[in-house]
Design a protein around this ligand. Structure first.
Ligand code: NAP
Length: 253
């Protein structure tokens, strides 16, 4: 049985506690956070406390606070014997000051109140000590079918890659929504296309899956598209993306 203390009461803390509470090999020893109101959400799952000086002993401490508070919070558990791991994609492991440190990073975009299937979420594990890495992997394996060793340098790149495929593409959905609105059309019309684009790359590479005028070198259509745009930023982005796509397929054009 692994005993776990969660530090933080935000989105990730809620998702993790919800998932860990279903694992019979895990005991949620405590949830500690500074936000009394948010802490109450956890009271049905584990003992709760706002006192960072009264953190219980546990096998694993998961720091689930915002990135720039990780170091500050970790100081409260500097003397604990258990493994201290943060759950951040962008924070190096060695920003934690203790020796028995690690990373327990679930690569997914979590939204409060939106349930996710944890079995499909990739967990990226790193630890200073080999036995700690094994323990974190065991814990991740209770939740997910996808557990990988990923060091801090690799995780930095992975986090950057995630920005492209998630944050930037989501921004582009917003551009699409705005263009639909300008013509009084529902964004729903684009949703099957969005789904097909995401499903297609499950079975082929993005390079193979790419379609559109830039890939075809269809200058007439690109010119017509540009004429429809008014926003300077959108014109710049259209040109940048088209150039970048064109370059990938240059040899074939
Ligand atoms: N959300 C995601 O999709 C996602 C995915 C993977 C990893 N992560 C990682 O998960 C961690 C938490 O992210 P989140 O999305 O759960 O953020 P969040 O919902 O904004 O929650 C942040 C938590 O940090 C606490 N906090 C902030 N400053 C603090 C301080 N100085 N001392 C103590 N607690 C403090 C907040 O408490 P208050 O309520 O009092 O402000 C809140 O409980 C981050 O490291 C993030 O990179 C997030």
């Amino acid at each position: 049985m692994l005993s776990i203390v969660i530090l933080g009461t935000g989105t990730i803390a809620k998702h993790l506690v919800g998932a860990l509470s279903k694992v019979k090999e895990v005991r949620l020893a405590q949830v500690v956070g500074r936000n009394q109101e948010q802490l109450l959400w956890f009271s049905g799952f584990a003992p709760i406390s706002t006192d960072f000086k009264a953190i219980m002993d546990a096998d694993i401490y998961l720091i689930a606070v915002k990135d720039d508070a990780i170091v500050e919070v970790s100081r409260h558990i500097f003397d604990k014997k258990g493994i201290v791991a943060h759950v951040s994609g962008a924070t190096p492991m060695n920003s934690l000051p203790m020796e028995n440190r690690g990373v327990f990073y679930p690569l997914q975009s979590f939204t409060e109140g939106r349930p996710l299937d944890f079995r499909t979420i990739p967990f990226c594990i790193e630890a200073q000590k080999e036995d700690a890495a094994e323990t974190l992997k065991v814990l991740a394996g209770y939740l997910s079918d996808s557990v990988s060793d990923v060091d801090s340098q690799q995780r930095k790149k992975l986090h950057l890659a995630a920005m492209y495929v998630n944050n930037f593409s989501n921004y582009l959905y917003g551009v699409g929504e705005k263009l639909c609105e300008e013509e009084g059309l529902p964004f729903d019309l684009l949703k099957p296309l969005i789904l097909e684009t995401a499903e297609k790359i499950q079975v082929m590479s993005p390079k193979e899956a790419q379609t559109g005028p830039a890939r075809r070198g269809d200058k007439k259509t690109m010119k017509a598209h540009l004429a429809l745009l008014h926003d300077k930023k959108q014109i710049e982005l259209y040109k940048l993306f088209s150039e970048a796509i064109k370059k990938v397929y240059e040899e074939k054009l």
